[in-house]
Ligand binder design. Structure first.
Ligand SMILES: N[C@@H](CCC(=O)N[C@@H](CS)C(=O)NCC(=O)O)C(=O)O
Length: 267
């Protein structure tokens, strides 16, 4: 039996949901609620001591780290392979997954928290409540403390948006080198699946302009992956921040807030 502990809106959870659905596997959706701190409860920390989602439990064995889970699923269930068959292709894919884990994954957290609704929640807390909330996170206390109740310093947001631009430039290069339609060429692989929810989140926050003009091939790639039936099934209603926080719309969540912050920085 496959069980996935996940949040609806989490980009790391979405990576794994897309894999499970693309591979046609039967799985149980153990949906946790982040605002209820399900992922910080004692029973969950026994499955995932990092206090984050997702966690896959396969026949009682917990597997953590979304990129590791995606590769585990492809190893354990080789049908509908999402990994290149040759060693060079596999090495390229793994190098890209390492880049995705180190560069865009942390970068996306800054605009997500800053413009995506979480800040609104923290602004209603007292300093003491906020500090206690931050301390509860096994791996993320310093990230929450840096954000504080008023959001990140502008330099952190700028660095994060720069890292998203770098990611889009790398993707453009991969599409050109391998001839598309996917990042490693003809085969749709984990290289595509592991970065897609991050770019989708940026688009949802009104930040697709980070690549739309300079790298139109990346915009086309995103539209192509969003059109896949498995992708659409993974993104049921309520997975995008613009659906969870319609008060931050019009257009896309955060577009207004991001523009206002940029305008402040330009003054
Ligand atoms: N490296 C981990 C990161 C997981 C992660 O950061 N998950 C976020 C949701 S995308 C989370 O659980 N955040 C909980 C929190 O901020 O307390 C992975 O890829 O699984």
């Amino acid at each position: 039996m496959l069980e996935l502990y996940n949040f609806a809106q989490s980009t790391c959870s979405l990576k794994v949901r897309i894999c499970l659905i693309e591979k046609g596997l039967d799985w149980v959706d153990r949906r946790l609620v982040s605002k209820d701190h399900d992922h910080l409860s004692d029973w969950y920390l026994k499955l995932n001591p990092n206090g984050v989602v997702p966690t896959l439990v396969h026949d009682g064995v917990p597997i953590i780290e979304s990129s590791v889970i995606a590769q585990y699923l492809d190893d354990a269930f080789p049908e509908h392979a999402l990994t290149p068959p040759d060693p060079v292709g596999r090495a390229r894919m793994r190098a890209w997954l390492a880049f995705v884990d180190h560069v865009p994954t942390p970068a996306v957290r800054y605009p997500s928290f800053q413009f995506g609704g979480l800040r609104l929640k923290f602004q209603t807390m007292t300093d003491e409540e906020f500090a206690a909330n931050a301390r509860k996170r096994p791996l993320k206390s310093s990230f929450y403390e840096r954000m504080g109740r008023d959001g990140f310093p502008q330099e952190d947001v700028d660095k994060a948006l720069g890292d998203i631009r770098k990611t889009a430039a790398r993707m453009d290069g991969m599409l050109a080198e391998h001839g598309g339609p996917w990042l490693l060429g003809e085969q749709y692989t984990l290289a595509d699946i592991c970065v897609a929810p991050l770019m989708d989140r940026m688009e949802d926050l009104g930040l697709a302009r980070l690549w739309e003009n300079d790298h139109p091939a990346v915009a086309d790639w995103l539209a192509r992956i969003q059109a896949r039936p498995a992708y659409q099934q993974a993104y049921y209603h309520g997975c995008r921040l613009s659906e969870l926080h319609p008060e931050l719309v019009p257009g896309r969540a955060g577009a207004k807030a991001a523009a206002a912050q940029e305008a402040r920085a330009a003054v």
